[in-house]
Design a protein around this ligand. Structure first.
Ligand code: SF4
Length: 384
């Protein structure tokens, strides 16, 4: 796996992003930000799921004014998501948020951006420049607020990454140019607490945009595939795009954008990172897909175990295998593994055969072993 891209670390509240910091998983609230108790409740649930940074939309001044109280009641850094109105960004800063997300496609007035940067600089609040395909400025209109119609912005006429011919101005060029325009404003003010995202729904476009910008600037990158879809299709789409980038060493924090529960975004985020051995968190489940050789109902067993282990915090690998073909090998390689045979199963713990149990006791026996290993891991962590 290539080395991780070197980026200049910043702090979102107490969470380090970039440099040698672990790649963080973030999400966004789906409540009305003006409803403080609902928003706080959702963030608390996300904290429990492992979310490390949270972002909330700020559509109006009432939402902006709610941010301070929300922040007081939560334990993870809070990012204010701002579009269109720079006054909302100024109010979010006054409310003490840990970071701003500004969209250069929707906040294109240089004087207004400058005012926000000045206020952020005074309080050392980082800014994410969040470029999004759906709200790119008109072609030829980066940084311009007059004389360009949003309806005929020509963005949708631009060729995507896979369609562009050599030398042709593409969506990727436009996304990168949009980011560089706003980066330039911030750098001209000696402001370098910058984080950048370049999201599109089209995976090759997103990959190319990040790859291009990654070589041009030193700032940490927030990765995401925008409007990725429902929990299943969106998780897969995001895993393809982010998986490629992360494998190439690109990316410092991620958000999986799903039309679903934000907790699913967090789960999917960690699964993507775990797949590349970039983070270890909770239980990693190895489960065979089952086939005509399966001696037990491995699908039901795997799903029951998946539910039962979801609350376990310690890092542990559990294998559920349906027969003797690959079963013992995978089961031995895990912290706890089960290899089923006709009407019974062998349970392995840390590579050693632990016991043989009848099919009816497989689930309870496996969970007992998981708890034992989990407690051992926990006490080891406490000693270290
Ligand atoms: Fe089939 Fe056995 Fe492989 Fe599971 S482990 S998919 S049951 S061959």
């Amino acid at each position: 796996m290539p080395n991780r891209r070197v980026s200049k670390p910043i702090y979102i509240g107490s969470v380090k992003v970039g440099g040698d910091a672990p790649i963080t998983v973030q999400s966004m609230t789906k409540t009305d930000t003006r409803d403080i108790s609902a928003t706080v409740a959702q963030i608390k649930g996300l904290e429990e799921a492992g979310c490390e940074i949270i972002r909330s939309a700020v559509p109006d001044m009432e939402a902006a004014k709610a941010l301070g109280e929300i922040k007081r009641q939560i334990n993870i850094p809070l990012i204010a998501d701002i579009h269109f109105h720079y006054q909302l960004a100024l109010e979010a800063i006054r409310q003490g948020v840990d970071c701003l997300r500004l969209n250069p496609g929707n906040l294109r007035n240089v004087e207004q951006v400058t005012e926000v940067v000045r206020a952020a600089k005074e309080k050392s609040i980082p800014i994410r420049i969040g470029v999004n395909f759906g709200s790119l400025p008109p072609v030829g209109g980066i940084g311009k607020t007059r004389g360009f119609s949003r309806v005929f912005d020509m963005v949708n006429e631009l060729p995507k990454a896979t369609e562009a011919e050599e030398g042709q101005y593409s969506v990727v060029d436009h996304m990168v140019a949009t980011a560089l325009w706003e980066i330039g404003i911030l750098e001209d003010m000696d402001f370098d607490l910058i984080k950048i995202s370049l999201k599109a729904f089209d995976v090759p476009t997103t990959i190319e945009a990040y790859k291009r910008l990654a070589t041009m600037v030193p700032y940490p990158l927030h990765l995401g595939i925008t409007e990725a879809g429902t929990v299943q299709s969106g998780s897969i789409r995001t895993a393809v795009g982010l998986g490629y980038l992360l494998y190439e060493g690109i990316g410092d924090t991620i958000r999986v954008s799903l039309s679903g529960d934000s907790k699913d975004e967090v789960t999917a985020g960690f699964e993507i990172l775990k797949s590349l051995n970039l983070r270890n968190k909770g239980v990693t489940l190895v489960a065979c897909p089952s086939c005509g050789r399966a001696d037990v109902d491995v699908i039901r067993l795997a799903n029951e175990i998946d539910d039962l282990v979801s609350a376990i915090d310690s890092t542990i690998k559990v294998a559920v295998m349906g027969c003797e073909v690959n079963g013992p090998g995978e089961a031995k390689d895990a912290d706890v593994g089960i290899a089923a045979g006709a009407g019974r199963a062998i349970i392995f713990r840390k590579g050693q055969k632990s016991r043989i149990v009848p099919e009816s006791e497989m689930l309870s026996a496996l969970m007992e072993e998981v708890r034992v290993v989990s407690e051992e891991n926990q006490s080891l962590t406490n000693v270290q």
